[in-house]
Design a protein around this ligand. Structure first.
Ligand SMILES: [Zn+2]
Length: 369
């Protein structure tokens, strides 16, 4: 079993993405967060956390803060005033557009000021094509891996809040690339941060959002990470989880994973069905007028019929979130009872994506000592 990252955080920890209205595609409801759901963690994006937002506004919810690398690096026109100037300097030093040591520090300070319980280092996402085509752009891949290692070591060097867990975001497209990244990281940490890989709080696997539908690829990357890092260290999977792949990703190696599908589905009036039911989601636009919500979560109990609920995206999101958290509970209990692999095999019977992904899980999570 991995070391605990935070007190009370038992894998699999599902971290719902919610910026609480600070920006992005999440609306400003749920401040304060709803009670009675078992919702204890939330994911924020440092890109949106300029001023005025503090983790203490969340009560007991643990704040996880992503670096916002994609937004900072891939949308330079949206970068903040004060960092605009750094682009020219970066290019002059031969660095990619947007990347600078100032940006690494700015992201870290935002995470610290916000009061993050868990923060993610700034990574440099690999070209999406390189994940499925190992021959793609070796020069670009090597350079981005180098900068990802550099930024992580710099964040470890500059961190001032020791209580904040700092997860190193990994960018790799195969086991050899990951080995190279870890060697670079170890060297950078020793040169600049007075520690080595053994001083790292945990890791996060990044760069897979463009491939979120390829569950086999997610499983493969997680298994590669476990092969090199073992099962004693904490590993988060960034940006690709949903209730139907939670057990798979947990078995393949993820101790925690963030999910925003619950809120995106709600905006489309899609209502999650409980584990095992088919289809996975139903459209509330197509329900019959008298159909009652088949569930007792805090979202569903607000409404008499699904037709009525259809107009209330907050309640749909709340319901979808409860199904998402339930999937994590189911996987956690299955592991505790020594039947995680059985749960997964039964899910695979119904779901070809899980069936295919299971071929890549050669070393499933050891659930019992
Ligand atoms: Zn419900």
């Amino acid at each position: 079993m991995p070391r605990t990252l935070l007190p009370g955080a038992e894998p699999p920890v599902v971290v719902p993405v919610h910026n609480l209205g600070a920006g992005g595609n999440t609306p400003p409801f749920w401040l304060p967060p709803p009670r009675g759901l078992g919702w204890r963690h939330a994911m924020f994006n440092a890109f949106f956390l300029g001023n005025g937002y503090r983790a203490s506004m969340l009560g007991e919810i643990r704040a996880w803060v992503d670096s916002g690398a994609f937004l900072f690096l891939e949308a330079p026109q949206r970068r903040l005033a004060g960092l605009h100037g750094s682009g020219a300097g970066s290019r002059a030093r031969g660095l990619p557009r947007g990347w600078s040591e100032d940006l690494v520090e700015e992201v870290l300070r935002r995470q610290e000021r916000f009061g993050a319980d868990v923060a993610f280092t700034l990574d440099y996402p690999l070209p999406p094509g390189s994940q499925v085509d190992p021959g793609c752009c070796p020069g670009e891949v090597a350079e981005r891996i180098r900068l990802t290692a550099r930024a992580a070591a710099l964040a470890y060097q500059l961190r001032s809040r020791r209580g904040m867990r700092l997860l190193v975001v990994l960018q790799y497209n195969g086991v050899e690339a990951l080995r190279r990244l870890l060697e670079l990281l170890d060297r950078e940490l020793r040169e600049h941060a007075g520690t080595g890989l053994d001083g790292v709080d945990g890791y996060a696997v990044g760069g897979l959002v463009p491939h979120s539908a390829k569950w086999w690829l997610l499983a493969q990357r997680l298994q590669e990470a476990r092969r090199l890092l073992g099962w004693d260290t904490w590993i988060h999977l960034l940006g690709v989880a949903g209730p139907r792949n939670t057990a798979l990703l947990y078995t393949a190696g993820a101790d925690s994973m963030d999910s925003k599908t619950y809120i995106i589905a709600a905006a489309k009036r899609l209502y999650y069905q409980p584990s095992g039911a088919k289809p996975a989601r139903i459209s509330l636009r197509e329900t019959s007028p008298a159909q009652k919500p088949p569930c007792r979560c805090p979202g569903c109990t607000r409404h008499e019929t699904l037709q009525e609920m259809r107009r209330d995206t907050q309640s749909i999101a709340l319901h979808n979130l409860s199904i998402t958290l339930e999937a994590a509970r189911e996987a956690r209990e299955a592991c505790r009872d020594g039947r995680l692999y059985e749960l997964l095999k039964s899910q695979a019977k119904e779901n070809p994506r899980i069936r295919k992904a299971l071929r890549y899980v050669t070393e499933p999570r050891p659930c019992r000592d």
